[in-house]
Design a protein around this ligand. Structure first.
Ligand code: 5AD
Ligand code: SF4
Length: 440
């Protein structure tokens, strides 16, 4: 049986697809990169916003059309939509299998019982312990240079707009030894950068109160010590949990990247309270100041939601003001999308019109474009160590790499190869990209 996996959504989903691939390979299934050669197509899905779900629904109907010609083809839904929509995916969208984020070890059983024409079609039990700890991922579409390592699963923050605590369950940390082993193995295979992943990595905690207790600051230092040539990144940090100990650790290791993603969501204290974010704008800015004081040349990115329930023009303007004050290097920006059964859906009215959400989002995006351009212009004339990830998508005679600050830099290919570190002097930029040349 040949399997094809298509992934939507966040980095965690990319990593989960590699876990699924690994589980299935061990059971003798073949992974294929051409969808037309597959007997089973898995779609790993995202529920974070309605438009993410709509894309997948559209994709399912395209694949359903393919199944009319290839009647043995099976379609399986993995990830957050599987958990949220359960058997309605089978009843309404005619898929064959539905498997939630904590049930991937169950896929071989589900597939073999289907082959016998009986058995379950759905497995979506959430777990308090599953971390797929010992599973070494089977890489899919990897560039061979950068890799993701999930260090924990789930989230218990219950931000009022967010579906993740319902689709991914309780927060749990993975055994630190398996994380370090995975990073060591990746490095020995030629990978030069790992990103430690979790919904809130700052609350990573292994074996609380025991002799071998490890928190996130300790974990990241253990990974950084594997080799100075292995870069370490992490995502995502919740502002309420980012600690001074972590900032000191980042400052202490050259190979821990000087880049922090710190989602603000809104610059209004009233909206932050409704969002259940558990920090005020003042506390957030205090964390930003600590970052700037502790880590030299640290770039900062964020997430912003426009048009959350009851957001006024004044609230929106407070968001724009905080963006200017922090001067983010980059940002992910979204329109609020009500998710069924979340606290916000139950308690508040989604009362900002779609048109007004779009207008505010455009203002946010335009401001961020200016801030990113400003930040990039300050890099002109500076020289950075850049890890080469591959060819530029736009031009085959250019290579693409990133500096420690996570900025994309393009430069002439010459004889350089992906996986090499090079020194690049920046000579031009747009709001999204730096351009430069190699210096010896
Ligand atoms: N609507 C819009 N954006 C959302 N996010 C999470 N839930 C929603 C939602 N319901 C955004 C947040 C989060 C990022 C991953 O997605 O900004 O940080
Ligand atoms: Fe969602 Fe908040 Fe958890 Fe992030 S921290 S996954 S936004 S509930």
């Amino acid at each position: 049986m040949r399997i094809y996996i298509e992934t939507y959504g966040c980095q965690m989903n990319m990593a989960d697809s590699e876990i699924v691939a690994s589980i299935l390979k061990h059971e003798g299934y073949d992974l294929v990169t051409d969808l037309n050669k597959a007997d089973i197509i898995f779609i790993n899905t995202c529920s974070i916003r309605d438009n993410a779900e709509q894309r997948v629904i559209k994709r399912i109907s395209e694949l359903d059309a393919l199944r009319k010609k290839k009647h043995w083809l099976k379609i399986g839904i993995l990830g957050c939509m599987a958990e949220r929509m359960q058997d309605s995916l089978i009843k309404t969208h005619n898929v064959d299998l539905v498997v939630g984020p904590d049930s991937y070890r169950d896929i071989p059983r589900l597939l073999s019982s289907q082959g016998e024409g009986c058995g379950d079609l759905i497995s979506t039990e959430l777990s308090e312990t599953e971390t797929y700890s010992e599973i070494y991922p089977a890489k899919i579409n990897s560039n061979g240079v950068t890799a993701f390592i999930p260090i924990m699963r789930g989230c218990e923050n219950f931000c009022s707009y967010c579906v993740v605590p319902y689709t991914r369950g309780k927060e749990r940390s993975r055994d630190f030894r398996t994380i370090v082993n995975e990073a060591e193995k990746l490095f020995s295979q030629g990978y030069k950068e790992v990103t430690l992943l979790g919904q809130n990595v700052n609350s990573y905690l292994w074996n609380q109160g025991e002799k071998d207790e490890v928190n996130f600051a300790k974990l990241i230092s253990l990974v950084a010590e594997i080799d100075p040539l292995l870069r370490v990144r992490f995502s995502t940090s919740h502002p309420k949990d980012i600690s001074q100990e972590l900032l000191d650790t980042i400052a202490n290791y050259d190979n821990i990247c000087k880049f922090i993603h710190l989602p603000l969501q809104s610059g209004s204290n009233r909206i932050l309270r409704l969002m259940n974010r558990k920090y005020t704008v003042e506390e957030y800015l205090d964390k930003i100041n600590r970052i700037k004081r502790t880590i030299q040349n640290c770039s900062i990115s964020t997430d912003i939601i426009s048009g959350f329930c009851t957001e006024s023009i004044e609230d929106h303007e407070s968001t724009l003001n905080i963006m200017k004050e922090v001067c983010y290097d980059s940002a992910f920006m979204f329109k609020y999308s009500e998710r069924p059964n979340t606290l916000a859906a139950k308690k508040y009215k989604d009362d900002v019109s779609d048109c007004e959400k779009t207008r505010r989002l455009e203002e946010i995006i335009n401001l961020q474009r200016e801030l990113s351009f400003q930040s990039n212009k300050q890099d002109i004339g500076k020289t950075f160590e850049v890890l080469i990830e591959g060819e530029s998508k736009r031009s085959t005679d250019k290579l693409l790499g990133r500096n420690s600050q996570n900025k994309v830099i393009l430069f002439d290919k010459k004889d350089f190869q992906p996986g090499q570190y090079v020194k690049i002097k920046v000579n031009d930029c747009t709001s999204a990209t730096l351009f430069g040349e190699t210096v010896s």
